[in-house]
Design a protein. Sequence first.
Length: 365
Amino acid sequence: FERSGDDGFLCEPDFFFHRFRPYISTWTARFEGEYDDANNEAVATLRTQLDAIDALSSSGTGLPDLSAHRSHLLSRISALQRVKRLCGPSGAMSAILPLCDAFLGISMSSPELGAMLAVFEEYMPSEHRTMLDQARLRSARSYVCSILNASEEQKPREQAESLVDHFNAVVRRVLDFRWRHLSYIEQYVLRPSGSAAARGTGGTPAFAYLNQHINDTEAALISLSERVQLEEFDPAERSSTDEEAGHVPGLTDVNANEMWAVTEQHGLLPAKPPLLNNLAGLPASWAVVLELALRLPAACVPPANFRKMVLQKESQLPTSCDGVEDEEPLERARVLLAFIVAGWYAVTPLPEMEGGGGGGGGGGG
């Protein structure tokens, strides 16, 4: 979606929709030779009949041609094979935006689209789904509403109104994102398709889905003119639970020699525990990098001062990975530096750094 004023689109909408999108759209897979438990008995009966047809055909007793009967049985068996609908990529398969919705108390009012979002959640690592359920139980909106509804003695009205203003500001930022997302969908899906009923890569009716989500996001705004009703989320409404899914593999199930691992529980993560408060094989000179990485999340929140922190430590930062020889510490070193560089570019330069900010970023990288 990145665009340049001089070069136009880096990915033309028509190219995206007609040439690339078919490869990532929702599709249905048939698993050859695999059957659901409910069809096992029927498959066994059909195979018994097929064996009987084959025995009669090879007996040479002058019976009529049974090939049509055999083809019919094979087609019946094939029709009972396991079929699964595999959704194309959707932003709702990542926990990032659903977590924003859960934290802000934004819910999907359409039962149809809500059911589709629940399907997308099954594509997340199991721990991410658990985190979403916990966030829905303790949404910031419920907390803000409880303060707004409290008596004047418990919470001064001015404090409650200030908190509501800040909460609504966050909801409006999500709205800004959703309106921009809708403009991308209009440009890259609706116009090239020539239909307002076109579906997204995940299979959702794109225009209706995004408009509904915008309406539901607007509904999460808290009005100061009336008392608000608190809504609770019932995790029992989930169609399937982690307990029903059986054992979920964790890091203890991963080969200790692997650098990275993909599991249902963790998604794609290092097979070893992350760096916490130790260097884990890195030279002592890397302590300053670890310190910056640990302080990065809070230092990037406005008013952000992460660039200032990097510049203060610039002379102590390692300029290369020399001296880090083993594969695991070297990978950790690269990840730490990637965090620092990402934090540097995520923060808007402070006015006093306009002249020398680039050099600090280069030294940190």
